[in-house]
Design a protein around this ligand. Structure first.
Ligand SMILES: [Zn+2]
Ligand SMILES: [Zn+2]
Ligand SMILES: [Zn+2]
Ligand SMILES: [Zn+2]
Ligand SMILES: [Zn+2]
Ligand SMILES: [Zn+2]
Ligand SMILES: [Zn+2]
Ligand SMILES: [Zn+2]
Length: 435
């Protein structure tokens, strides 16, 4: 019966249109009011409740909503009626966080329909203990919870959060509907047990350890850094049988054992945070300490050359017999402080400190640093082997690789200058001075 369906459809469309129009009207009205207030031409921000509700739908921060509640009784009603905020993010940081009490939080929760993201920062320990988390009817408020972050709320016992997760049956949801993020650093951890951590882990969309092991494949990013950036749950069960937050955790990059700062024994890289526990540590593991500050660095940090440099010479110059090197290592800040410079050969990747690089037994590291040069460095033995002779101007003291050589030439006729090599610029100046 096509006509009937059409009629129904038309009716429905009409209805939707009407609703849309009403919404648009309310929105227009609301915008006009806001504009009016901004212009300061109207003494008050008086609106009817439908307009207030429409405005409220466009205001997402709890702070702004609460500010609106102070405008007039109508606004107060609109803002503070049960569930008026709909499905929302409840982010209480800054001043709102610092002034939070359990009672205030209970009221805010009441205004929310249900909370998708809950975030509380720096709530005072004495006033905010998270009693709400075990309130009756709490499950409805968190039916679609996606993330929960309590940062530095030292009055909240983490076990309350475990209770909450059990109350809202988080672990029973389909895996992809569970929490993306559960951060609890700064809450009370003393009562937490191994099973509590297991329970919290169950509440995540991606198992934290799965994420951790999976990424272990791309070995070059050491564990602790990754853990700090990526862990969806920021609490760990350590070997000493207590719960520690990510900021105090050390995870062995080989066996994955978790330690707290005080029970972690082994070697630690100050460059990237890699930790190897004493069980896994092997004797000939390559590790270097900075001569300036004593910080130690792992092999990968040494190879990357960013955080620490070591005067270790190069393979090619080893073979040629110039094994000049001092193994002096400096981290980046100390390098600047002590004014130690390092150079690397672009051919053999050897690295020398400037003392060794230009020592009489050294590799005589050339750098194409003259005007218009490419800055390619090369050690003497490599230059010889690859037939890439660097030119040098005796007047301006600049040097170039063969590719960038501007045409440095030998000028024997200037006998008083002892037959120098000159770059074209300097040669020209010499000629015109002579003429
Ligand atoms: Zn280990
Ligand atoms: Zn420990
Ligand atoms: Zn490292
Ligand atoms: Zn240093
Ligand atoms: Zn050296
Ligand atoms: Zn070389
Ligand atoms: Zn060059
Ligand atoms: Zn020159």
């Amino acid at each position: 019966m096509p006509p009937r369906t059409n009629a129904k459809k038309a009716k429905k469309a009409k209805k939707a249109k009407k609703a849309k129009k009403a919404e648009a009207n309310a929105e227009d009205k609301a915008n006009a009011k806001i504009q009016a207030e901004a212009d300061d031409t109207m003494p008050s921000f008086d609106v009817d409740e439908s307009v207030a509700a429409a405005v409220l739908a466009h205001v997402s921060s709890p702070r702004d909503r609460l500010a609106l509640a102070c405008v007039s009784p109508v606004w107060k009603n609109a803002v503070t009626s049960e569930g008026a905020w709909g499905t929302c993010d409840l982010v209480l940081d800054g001043e709102l966080g610092k002034r939070l009490t359990d009672e205030r939080f209970g009221r805010l929760l009441c205004y929310c329909g249900d909370v998708k993201h809950l975030e509380v920062c720096d709530a005072p320990a004495a006033e905010f203990e998270g009693n709400f988390l075990s309130d009756e009817g709490i499950a409805a408020k968190f039916a679609s919870l996606e993330s929960l972050k309590l940062t530095n709320c030292s009055g909240v016992d983490c076990t309350c959060v475990v209770d909450l997760m059990e109350a809202i049956d988080m672990a029973a949801r389909p895996k992809d509907k569970r929490l993306r993020c559960l951060h609890l650093a700064g809450c009370v951890l003393a009562e937490m047990e191994f099973t509590d951590i297991e329970t919290l882990n169950e509440c995540l969309t991606a198992d934290r350890d799965d994420m951790f092991y999976l990424e272990q494949g791309e070995k070059s990013v050491p564990s602790v850094i990754r853990v700090q950036n990526k862990a969806n749950l920021d609490l760990w069960w350590s070997e000493c049988e207590r719960v520690v937050p990510t900021s105090e955790v050390k995870i062995c990059n080989i066996c994955k054992s978790v330690f707290c700062d005080s029970c972690a024994e082994g070697s630690f890289c100050d460059g990237c945070g890699e930790f190897i526990c004493s069980e896994c540590d092997f004797d000939d593991r390559f590790e270097v300490s900075c001569h300036g500050c004593g910080d130690t660095f792992c092999e990968e940090c040494i190879i990357s050359e960013e955080k620490i440099n070591i005067c270790r010479g190069g393979t090619c110059s080893d073979k040629e017999g110039t094994d000049k090197r001092c193994f002096k290592a400096y981290c980046e800040p100390c390098r600047k402080k002590e004014k130690v410079f390092y150079g690397m050969c672009a051919e053999c990747f050897g690295v020398w400190c400037s003392d060794c690089a230009y020592d009489k037994d050294g590799p005589n590291l050339n750098v194409c640093f003259g005007q218009g040069g490419c800055y390619k460095p090369m050690c003497g033995p490599c230059a010889e082997k690859t037939n890439q002779f660097y030119t040098f101007c005796f007047d301006c003291n600049e040097a170039w690789c063969p590719d960038c050589d501007p045409g440095v030439e030998f000028y024997p006729h200037f006998s008083d200058l002892d037959g120098p090599f000159l770059c074209p610029t300097c040669a020209e100046t010499q000629f015109s001075a002579r003429d």
